[in-house]
Design a protein around this ligand. Sequence first.
Ligand code: C2E
Ligand code: MG
Ligand code: MG
Length: 699
Amino acid sequence: MVAPLRILILEDSLSDTELMLYELYSSGLELVWRCVETEPDYLTQLEAGCDVIIADYSMPQFDAMRALQLLQERGLDTPFIVVTGSISEEVAVECMKQGAADYLLKDRLVRLGQAVIQAMQQKQLRDEKRQAVAALKESEARFRRLADNAQDIVYRYRVSPTVGFEYISPAVTAILSYTPVEHYADPYLWFKFVHEDDRQVLRQWMRAEKLTQTTILHWVCKNGTIVWTEHRNVPVYNETGRLIAIEGIARDISDRKRAEGQLFYSALHDPLTGLPNRVLFMDRLGLALEHGKRNQNYLFAVLFLDLDRFKVINDSLGHSVGDQLLIATAERLKSCLRPMDTAARFGGDEFTILLDDIRAVSDAVRVAERIQAELGLPFNLGQQEVLITVSIGITLVNAKRYNRPEELLRDADIAMYQAKTQGKARYEVFDTGMHTHAVALLQLETDLRQAIERQEFRLCYQPIVLLETSQVVGFEALLRWQHPERGLVFPAEFIPVAEETSLIIPIGEWVLREACTQLHKWQTGVPIPHLSISVNLAGKQLTQPDLSAQIHQILQETGLDALSLRLEITESAIMDTTHSVTTTLSQVRDLGIQLSIDDFGTGYSSLSRLHSFPTGALKIDRSFISQIGTEPNHSNMMIVQTIVTLAHNLGLEVIAEGVETSTQLAQLRALNCKYGQGYFFSRPLDSQAAEMLIATQPG
Ligand code: C2E
Ligand code: MG
Ligand code: MG
């Protein structure tokens, strides 16, 4: 049930009061009422509470305007209706201005009930609005508290008619180092400390551009550190569609950015040396090439470096020393370059350098020489002192000639390869002839692959003799390639390629089988049954772990006695060997096969290391023998003598290669060298000619 309306009437005339009540009841209102005519009584009733006040405009002791004032002074919003006998227009307006809900003439009191109902409805509307405003205020305060305490920066930036932050949350201090107060004081502050690369973005925002997409900005904080923030904005427009404000949230994503940066860095750098890696280097090369295409005067160079014999150091001193050497090498390389140059680790012991903006090839050569001098100084790695050399290929880039970065690298690599084959520890500048040569090599490789199937290989046999009697004691099998177009090709031309491409493995197996088959045939029914055959083995073949098993099988197949087979390995191949190769060599020796060191004296081996290899013989290189008898100071003679004496002390046989004259033969005999081989006795022969030679030998 609805409570009756409490009506307070201010009236001095009883009849008027009755009239009013009559009208109110007639309107069907449920009500209770009080009537007062003095200020104290009025105040008492106000205290007690009422829903509507109906007041006579003027009474002897009190009046409506005063009553209205008192009501308002108490902060009450009770509907207040003025009733008057006669009222002027101005008074009516004054009443309404003061806050009266309505006014009525006493002779029109029929409207009173309606007026009360209306006033009550208005009051209800007012109450509701007040509640709504209060609720809104509460919710704003709530959001404000949220924004104030958020970890992200919450902001509203006014764009029009004036600019400036209307709100920016306190988190801005922790994230960007500038406080809200500083932002309020200077509307352009954020333009000043945003990173200059991003300033344009803020300007775009002001023009209502790019506001709807997530944007990442970076800022320079007070102490100089860089902070990254990710912004989500909402543009606020007025009725005419003009941007008036930007509301947004900014999150600190510096950690994520740093992690991304780290990932990006490691994708482009070599973890060991910290130098740019292949990917980054190729990218820089591409940029340089593009730059060169646009600027005719721009010249740059690419250097391709390969440490000589790094593998030996790595295998003999261990990988950790190898790693330290690479790190130290990287440091020295950097010290030889200008800041604008790029040194990269390309892989293994290969480094590449981009020399930016040089004037002439001589600049690149000077850098190469500086690098060689720098890397030539001893490295102190732990307890070890290590010496290395480096082979360098240089290509000077004329951007017109090249289209892709890979081509530059290819040419620098070709030049480096040239430096290696020219004896290492040197540099070569690429010229187009090298490219032609490289293409020819490629052709050779293609042909070589087919040569085995097409049976284009032959063996020649050069006799090895006992120097004392010139009696043939064996043959060295020497490979020849009957090329369909080029004719007879000698091993010097194709063995290096075969080694590099590993084609030497099947070729070498063919040589072994062919040589063993041939000798076994000769051994039956000839006057000299103890003939031996010497077969050359390439370094690459020694790395086959099943080499001894392969040889064993060939011996079984051909029926040749292991004692009749000798294997020749060049000195340099032996020096490049690792522990596992030494094991392989021992297994081969254990089959009963004698190993000879070929071209002795041309490699780097110290004589003292000889005994650590399972060797049975030394073949003194032709270069020493050929000088004998022509040189004034006999220095080669002395070398040969030393080698012979040393070999005898180590229990090794000695064979002199390349004996061409009787003088040389006489000298070698005098030096007690037991065996020899050379044109003086016989050139390499085909199998038939060799067979005839055997037949003429004294038994
Ligand atoms: P090598 O093993 O030192 O063979 C001796 C080379 O000297 C042969 O050259 C031979 O023809 C040449 N020669 C012999 N006597 C004289 C002489 O009195 N004067 C001069 N000027 N030269 C003489 P060739 O046949 O051209 O072989 C060159 C090299 O190729 C060989 O040197 C050997 O290292 C390699 N080779 C030959 N056949 C094979 C093979 O089947 N496998 C492997 N891996 N290498 C082979
Ligand atoms: Mg040989
Ligand atoms: Mg030799």
